[in-house]
Design a protein around this ligand. Structure first.
Ligand SMILES: NC(=O)c1ccc[n+]([C@@H]2O[C@H](COP(=O)([O-])OP(=O)(O)OC[C@H]3O[C@@H](n4cnc5c(N)ncnc54)[C@H](OP(=O)(O)O)[C@@H]3O)[C@@H](O)[C@H]2O)c1
Length: 246
C-alpha cells in the first residue's frame, strides 16, 4: 500500500493511461479523484475501484475550462480534506498541418494539454507546500522531444509541457517534486484515433522492445514517481517508450 492515506487527482482518467493510473493508485491505498467529460466511463472507473475495495469519486468537465480545473481542487479538498498527488494526464490530439491549424484549435489544444496542468498546479501547490510534501506527475510525450509532419499544435503543447514540468520543479521544490512521463506508443483510444493497427505497427517496428506499450506500463511509472521510491528524481522528463526512435 504505497499510497496509503494519500489523496490523488488524476486528470483524464476516464480512459487509457489515466484510467490505469487511477486504478493502480487506488489499489495502493490512495483516495482517487477521476476526471473527464464522459460520465459513463467515469462511473465505470469509480465502480471498478470501489469493487476492488478502493475509494474514488469522479468530477465531470472540460479541462479547457479553468473554472472546472479550480472546482476539481475545491471538491477534492471538500471530499477528502487535502491533495497529496496530482497527475496532469488529460490530453487531446490535433492533427492539423501548421498551415491549416486555426487559432481556436491551437488555443484549445494548449488549454487542455498545458493550461489545465498549470492551473491545477497553481491551486494544489499551496496545499502541498503547507503540508511540507507533495508530488506532481505530468504526462508529456515523446512528442516533447521531436517533431513530425502534421501535429504542430500537439507537438508544441507537449514541448511546452516539458518546459512547464521543469519550471514547476524549480519553483515548487523542495517540498514538491515534479516530474513528467513521456510515453511512446501506448495502446489507448488516442492511438487508435490516428490509425489503429498500422500506426501501432510503425511504432513497434521502431522500438527495440518490439511491442506497443499498455496503459499499465505508464501507471507503474506514475506510481514510482508518486512515491518516495523516486525521492531523488526531480524535474525530469522520463521517456517510457520501449526505446522508440522515429
Ligand atoms: N497513447 C499514446 O501513445 C500517448 C503517447 C504520448 C502521450 N500521450 C498522452 O497521454 C495522455 C493520456 O492519453 P491516452 O493515450 O491515455 O488517451 P485517451 O485514452 O484518449 O485518454 C485521454 C483522457 O483525457 C481526457 N480528456 C481529453 N480531452 C479532455 C478535455 N477537453 N477535458 C477533460 N478531459 C479530457 C479523456 O476524458 P473524456 O474522454 O472523458 O473527456 C480521457 O480520460 C494524454 O496527455 C496524451 O497526450 C499518449
Amino acid at each position: 500500500m504505497r499510497l496509503q492515506d494519500k489523496v490523488a487527482i488524476v486528470t483524464g482518467s476516464t480512459s487509457g493511461m489515466g484510467r490505469a493510473t487511477a486504478v493502480l493508485f487506488a489499489k495502493e491505498g490512495a483516495k482517487v479523484v477521476v476526471t473527464g467529460r464522459n460520465e459513463a466511463r467515469a462511473k465505470e472507473v469509480v465502480d471498478q475501484i470501489r469493487a476492488d475495495g478502493g475509494e474514488a469519486m469522479y468530477l465531470l468537465g472540460d479541462a479547457a475550462d479553468m473554472d472546472f480545473c479550480a472546482s476539481i481542487v475545491e471538491k477534492t479538498v471538500e471530499a477528502y480534506g487535502t491533495v497529496d498527488v496530482l497527475v496532469n494526464n488529460a490530453g487531446m490530439l490535433s492533427m492539423s498541418p501548421l498551415a491549416e491549424v486555426s487559432m481556436d484549435e491551437w488555443d484549445n489544444v494548449f488549454r487542455v494539454n498545458v493550461d489545465s496542468a498549470l492551473r491545477l498546479c497553481q491551486l494544489c501547490a499551496p496545499i502541498m507546500k503547507q503540508k511540507g510534501k507533495g508530488v506532481i506527475v505530468n504526462v508529456a510525450s515523446v512528442a516533447s522531444f521531436a517533431a513530425h509532419h502534421g501535429f504542430a499544435a500537439y507537438i508544441s503543447s507537449k514541448h511546452a509541457m516539458a518546459g512547464l514540468s521543469k519550471s514547476m520543479a524549480w519553483e515548487l521544490g523542495p517540498e514538491i517534486r515534479v516530474n513528467a512521463i513521456a510515453p511512446g506508443a501506448i495502446h489507448t483510444a488516442m492511438v487508435d484515433s490516428i490509425g489503429g493497427v498500422p500506426a501501432l505497427q510503425f511504432m513497434v517496428d521502431n522500438c527495440p522492445v518490439k511491442r506497443v506499450g499498455q496503459p499499465e506500463d505508464i501507471a507503474k511509472v506514475a506510481l514510482f514517481l508518486a512515491t518516495d521510491d523516486s525521492s531523488f528524481i526531480d524535474g525530469q522528463i522520463i521517456k517510457v517508450d520501449g526505446g522508440f526512435e522515429a
